[in-house]
Ligand binder design. Structure first.
Ligand code: SF4
Length: 314
């Protein structure tokens, strides 16, 4: 769950943690419900707020045997697969094949994408719809080249606009409205706030939903030790994240492999999910002790979320 979604669900201000240290019992799923796969490490943009371009991983492309194993290990679990991590998914030209493989013989599987839209050509869009994609989210942070291009460096706004509109036309005219969910979303910042209304009016009739969200902060992007939020985390309850090399990490924000919990090359997905490393890290987070986990020790996600209903003692 993204921190901005949690803020909406919480609806209350952050609670005060008692001096003696509160503990929570967070509802961890028996199996992951969402699985992200970094099928490639690359992105077509160089956004200043995103550490994606710092990633150097070997291999840069997830081997076929690795992504197939992750999917095979989890067939029939009702998983929503996201074949991307911090990368742009459609840099990988195998994506339609991966979607087909996921959806084959597994009616419980769903596939969703977050994309900047630039690489979604008419041919790719048709292939995705044919392969059975379930959710397409287009991240378009502005309603003009002037507001969009400084934040999505390297991408032409006109091309994103043209390709996203065309995909949505194909989705609408091809009779996919009832089966495929489409969303266009914008992170609202002072530079584009004046465009929100026009953005809603333009995209609203063209897609399933328009979302205006607030800016979030990645861990280790300027937070000081005293900024750490001594609370549990919602991100570790039902989501799993795999790098191109087959290692699994605790968090999708872990671009530098600080919190690896297993490796699908030698373990099953279930073994990793229930493994010692994952259980230890979740237990520490259930104690609100993010400061004891290197990755989490500079993370202020979910700081406004009310975890009161999960308190084991208080
Ligand atoms: S860095 Fe740690 S505390 Fe922050 S969202 Fe990721 S797992 Fe949760």
């Amino acid at each position: 769950m993204r921190p901005d979604e949690a803020r909406k669900q919480s609806g209350t201000a952050g609670e005060k943690i008692p001096a003696q240290g509160a503990r929570w019992r967070m509802p961890v799923a028996e199996r992951p419900r969402f699985i992200q796969l970094e099928t490639v490490t690359k992105c077509n943009a160089r956004c200043p707020f995103c550490p994606q371009n710092e990633i150097v991983r070997d291999p840069a492309r997830m081997p076929e045997a690795t992504w197939r194993k992750i999917v095979d290990d989890t067939r029939g679990w009702g998983v929503t697969y996201r074949p991307f991590l911090t990368n742009e998914p459609f840099v990988d030209n195998r994506i339609p094949e991966i979607v087909r493989y996921i959806k084959q013989n597994d009616p419980t599987a769903r596939v969703e994408f977050n994309t900047n839209g630039e690489l979604v050509s008419e041919k790719l869009g048709a292939a995705l719809l044919e392969a059975g994609v379930d959710i397409m989210r287009f991240s378009i942070d502005g309603f003009s080249a002037a507001t969009y291009e400084p934040s999505r460096v390297g991408i032409a706004y006109a091309k994103v606009l043209e390709r996203t509109v065309r995909f949505l036309e194909m989705w609408d005219q091809g009779g996919h409205r009832d089966r495929v969910f489409t969303e266009v979303r914008m992170i609202e910042v002072p530079e584009n706030a004046h465009e929100v209304q026009a953005y809603r009016e333009f995209w609203g009739p063209r897609c399933s939903d328009v979302v205006i969200t607030s800016l979030y902060q990645w861990p280790w992007t300027g937070q000081r030790p005293e900024d750490v939020v001594l609370k549990p985390c919602l991100k570790v309850l039902d989501e799993m994240f795999f790098y191109t090399n087959g290692k699994a990490t605790l968090c999708c924000w872990d671009v530098h492999e600080k919190a690896v919990i297993g490796d699908v090359n030698g373990q099953s997905v279930q073994e990793i999910w229930e493994g010692y490393a994952a259980r230890c890290l979740r237990a520490v987070l259930d104690d609100g002790r993010r400061d004891l986990i290197h990755l989490c020790s500079r993370c202020n996600a979910y700081q406004e979320f009310d975890f009161g209903k999960f308190a084991a003692r208080g």
